[in-house]
Design a protein around this ligand. Structure first.
Ligand SMILES: *[C@@H]1O[C@H](CO)[C@@H](O)[C@H](O)[C@H]1NC(C)=O
Ligand SMILES: *[C@@H]1O[C@H](CO)[C@@H](O)[C@H](O)[C@H]1NC(C)=O
Ligand SMILES: *[C@@H]1O[C@H](CO)[C@@H](O)[C@H](O)[C@H]1NC(C)=O
Ligand SMILES: *[C@@H]1O[C@H](CO)[C@@H](O)[C@H](O)[C@H]1NC(C)=O
Ligand SMILES: *[C@@H]1O[C@H](CO)[C@@H](O)[C@H](O)[C@H]1NC(C)=O
Ligand SMILES: *[C@@H]1O[C@H](CO)[C@@H](O)[C@H](O)[C@H]1NC(C)=O
Ligand SMILES: *[C@@H]1O[C@H](CO)[C@@H](O)[C@H](O)[C@H]1NC(C)=O
Ligand SMILES: *[C@@H]1O[C@H](CO)[C@@H](O)[C@H](O)[C@H]1NC(C)=O
Ligand SMILES: *[C@@H]1O[C@H](CO)[C@@H](O)[C@H](O)[C@H]1NC(C)=O
Length: 473
């Protein structure tokens, strides 16, 4: 019970935390492509109410002809998106600039040069991505679209494969360099002037690419087997995950707030200026969770938790109550209570001899099961007395006392069942005039309280059946 009482709130809590995740998309719009969830301001399809329209950044489409389906910006079919977060990041798969030899030494017609041109809302993450080149005798360059604002690159050399180390991308077989802030278009190229003399088997291909460095680790085998190690492919050509920063461009928070109709942040949401290029992002206020770009998207989890606590404690209470009632009934039936009751109602005077007590009456009669009221203890129960008889037929009293003793026996087989007790009492009643019964103003009660095993049900209030007989001292 305790277990399920704990489980229920946990399940509810999980549900309440999952709920905002599930409803991150605009209501009525497709919310995922394969297993990639699409949070608003991103949206799938042609319905302009499903995504934020201002730039072509947020309109996506899902190409189901791939398995699993692939997500793209509308109008693009070469750079799939593999994840999007509300914290302003998205991961794209992008081809490297590649340059390979055939075994006879001539060059394949691979692309020495790759131009990466992202939609207006994106910038290459300068914190997560590194410009990377793999190869022996590889010189790789990058520049902005015009090549006028910045140019950078790295050179990788290896005299022998034995000099190359796993995990070390610092100039021997692999090189890396950082990229600047606020870049949306990159021109990646390789220069083949120096690199036509290396062994085909050790290093048939050279690569230059941008990559999410949290994902990338260099292995020596990349020199001859790179495309086989990388899990991502586009049309069977290796592709690399690139981290993009997205934002609502191009106004700052302060500027954007002036125009309420175009301001992206909704109730209980704050605004944060983009750290990569002009623009801003929205965040739910402290204590709120969900999608800050959606109407009523930010929900207070504190309220939810309180509500859940109330609901789950109520459920717990109901369960406990029902269990108690069920237990009482079970014990009553188990001990032949029905039989006894039937038997009693069948003879008019029996009420004076035998009576079934409620646990309340019992508690009162035994002074809350006080030690001094205990007549004896058996393996399965304890016999209590309540009031002492004045006079009575000693033989009968003796018989009843013997019966009580038998009731206290440890072994279940030797102990009489309730049915037997009822019958014996009935026998006693019929065999005598039982003047003593009628005369006795006071009665002694002989109460058998069920307490199986070590569990003390008497304290828990589960007492069910008692027989009341006259007994002398
Ligand atoms: C989507 O599914 C692929 C495999 O089918 C798995 O590698 C990837 O982790 C999943 N992504 C998410 C966000 O669940
Ligand atoms: C989806 O992918 C298939 C196969 O790659 C391609 O032929 C098709 O043009 C794509 N669909 C769209 C709408 O671009
Ligand atoms: C080298 O091999 C490729 C493919 O097998 C072939 O197209 C090319 O003509 C060959 N080059 C020379 C110089 O033999
Ligand atoms: C590099 O790592 C691979 C895979 O873990 C391993 O098989 C190989 O022996 C390592 N090579 C060197 C030079 O450490
Ligand atoms: C890309 O850069 C290379 C070398 O820097 C240059 O030759 C080429 O013209 C550039 N391409 C574009 C489209 O700017
Ligand atoms: C190419 O390799 C050959 C033999 O291995 C060597 O003689 C030649 O100097 C090398 N050329 C360059 C440019 O490294
Ligand atoms: C997105 O995918 C990349 C590449 O698999 C992974 O490194 C990154 O952790 C993912 N980001 C999120 C938020 O799932
Ligand atoms: C390339 O990698 C695959 C496994 O990914 C392996 O079976 C194969 O032998 C490797 N090829 C070379 C030339 O090392
Ligand atoms: C506010 O934004 C709306 C929607 O983008 C635009 O039509 C309107 O011109 C803007 N108003 C001002 C004063 O900039």
């Amino acid at each position: 019970m305790l277990w399920s009482a704990l489980l229920i709130p946990v399940l509810f809590l999980e549900w309440s935390m999952a709920a905002p995740l599930l409803s991150q998309t605009k209501p009525g719009c497709p919310d995922r492509c394969g297993n990639i969830s699409i949070p608003y301001p991103f949206g799938l399809g042609d319905d302009p109410s499903c995504f934020r329209e201002e730039t072509s950044t947020f309109q996506l489409y899902c190409n189901d002809s791939y398995n699993p389906p692939r997500l793209f910006n509308t109008g693009d079919d070469s750079t799939p998106i593999i994840n999007i977060t509300l914290q302003g990041q998205a991961t794209f798969l992008i081809w490297p600039a590649t340059y390979c030899f055939y075994s006879n030494g001539s060059l394949t017609d691979d692309s020495f040069n790759v131009i990466l041109k992202m939609r207006e809302g994106y910038r290459f993450s300068y914190t997560r991505n590194k410009f990377t080149a793999i190869g022996c005798d590889t010189s790789a360059f990058m520049s902005d679209a015009s090549g006028l604002n910045f140019q950078s690159g790295c050179y990788s050399f290896c005299k022998s494969i034995s000099n190359v180390l796993n995990g070390s991308c610092s100039g021997i077989g692999c090189c890396q360099t950082a990229i600047p802030k606020d870049v949306r278009i990159l021109n990646l190229t390789q220069d083949n002037r120096y690199s036509q003399n290396f062994s085909y088997t050790s290093n048939p291909c050279r690569y230059a690419f941008l990559v999410d460095n949290d994902w990338f680790t260099f292995y020596v085998s990349d020199l001859w087997n790179f495309s086989k190690r990388v899990e991502y492919k586009i049309n069977n050509i290796v592709a690399l995950p690139v981290a993009m920063d997205w934002a609502i461009r191009d106004l700052t928070c302060e500027e954007a707030k002036r125009n309420r109709s175009s301001y992206a942040c909704m109730q209980h949401a704050g605004c944060i200026d983009s750290s990569n290029g002009p623009g801003y992002l929205c965040r739910c206020d402290k204590g709120y969770e969900g999608n800050p770009y959606l109407e009523n998207g930010c929900q207070g989890p504190i309220f939810g938790t309180l509500f859940l606590l109330i609901v789950s404690s109520w459920i717990y209470w109901v369960f406990q109550k029902r269990k108690l009632i069920r237990l009482k009934d079970d014990f009553f039936l188990q001990n032949g209570g029905m039989l006894l009751q039937q038997h009693l109602t069948s003879c008019e005077r029996s009420a004076e001899i035998i009576k079934i007590f409620t646990s309340e009456e019992l508690r009162k009669a035994t002074d809350n099961y006080h030690e001094s009221h205990i007549l004896g203890r058996g393996g399965y129960g304890t016999v209590y007395k309540d009031v002492v008889v004045k006079e009575g037929d000693l033989d009968q009293i003796q018989e009843v006392a013997n019966l009580a003793k038998r009731c206290l026996r440890l072994s279940g087989e030797e102990r009489p069942s309730m049915k037997e007790v009822a019958m014996e009492l009935e026998g006693l009643r019929l065999s005598e005039k039982h003047a003593w019964i009628e005369q006795n103003l006071e009665e002694t009660e002989h109460l058998l309280v069920e307490s199986p095993g070590s569990f003390d049900y008497s304290n828990a209030g589960y007492e069910t059946i008692t027989t009341k007989v006259n007994i002398g001292r």
